[in-house]
Design a protein around this ligand. Structure first.
Ligand code: DX5
Ligand code: ZN
Length: 228
């Protein structure tokens, strides 16, 4: 189970030390939400900020989530900034296949994200080409939103396809993830959990990460089989 704090919820006046805090707290990944003000109605931070944060969290896997309308011009800057994975949105339609190949050609892991209102069928053509599927559980653009429970069936469907087709993509969820919703998502088949508010807004981030990881582990159906 992977716990990935989202830097969007961190103190923007101290992003380097916040990334270091996440690393000390035992995070597995750092989730970096890149917003361009076009694809989503918000602007966050760019490759220079990611490059500045990178040395403060050398051990963390940088999971870069591009909520951008023209990600093709941002791929190399984010790889050079230290991205380990780049996630693009399936709502970019015809751009998706060339984006996946370009990200792979840069030696980076590739993720595909899907918004709450988009049919899960849209990701089917790409499942054998990606390292990670990100099922958004809020409409992208802002942290601190409420979890959309209707997305659980999409997680279940993505997990079923993974098993049926013997594929190995990670199943990530993002938005409104806390100690209640992480259990529901783990039971649905998710294995990678992005959380901003629920982690960065806690004074004891280490305890919050350990608790979230335990709840995810305790609700992992694949482990339940082993417990009997
Ligand atoms: C929303 C972002 C999420 C968000 C999660 O567009 O993709 O990663 O930062 O924040 P919380 O966990 O506060 O909902
Ligand atoms: Zn995100």
């Amino acid at each position: 189970m992977i716990i990935a704090p989202s830097l969007l919820a961190a103190d923007f006046t101290r992003l380097g030390s916040e990334a270091a805090r996440a690393q000390r707290a035992g995070a597995d990944w750092l989730h970096l939400d890149i917003m361009d003000g076009q694809f989503v109605p918000n602007i966050s931070f760019g490759p220079d900020v990611v490059a500045a944060v990178r040395p403060h969290a050398k051990k963390l896997f940088f999971d870069v989530h591009l909520m951008c309308g023209k990600p093709e011009i941002l791929l190399e800057p984010f790889v050079h900034a230290g991205a380990d994975e780049i996630i693009v949105h399936v709502e970019l339609h015809q751009q998706v296949t060339p984006l996946i190949w370009k990200i792979k050609s840069l030696g980076c892991k590739v993720g595909l994200a899907i918004n709450p209102l988009t049919s899960i069928a849209e990701v089917q053509p790409f499942l054998d080409k990606i390292d990670l599927l990100l099922v958004m559980t809020v409409n992208p653009g802002f942290g601190g939103q409420s979890f959309i429970h209707e997305c659980l069936s999409k997680i279940q469907q993505a997990d079923a396809w993974r098993r049926e087709r013997k594929l190995h993509y990670r199943l990530e969820v993002d938005g409104g993830i806390n100690n209640q919703t992480v259990a529901e998502c783990a039971r649905a088949g998710a294995d990678t959990f992005v959380a901003g508010t629920a982690l960065f807004h806690k004074r004891n981030m280490g305890a919050a990460i350990r608790k979230m990881r335990k709840i995810a582990h305790d609700n992992d159906p694949t482990l339940a089989d082993l417990k009997v």
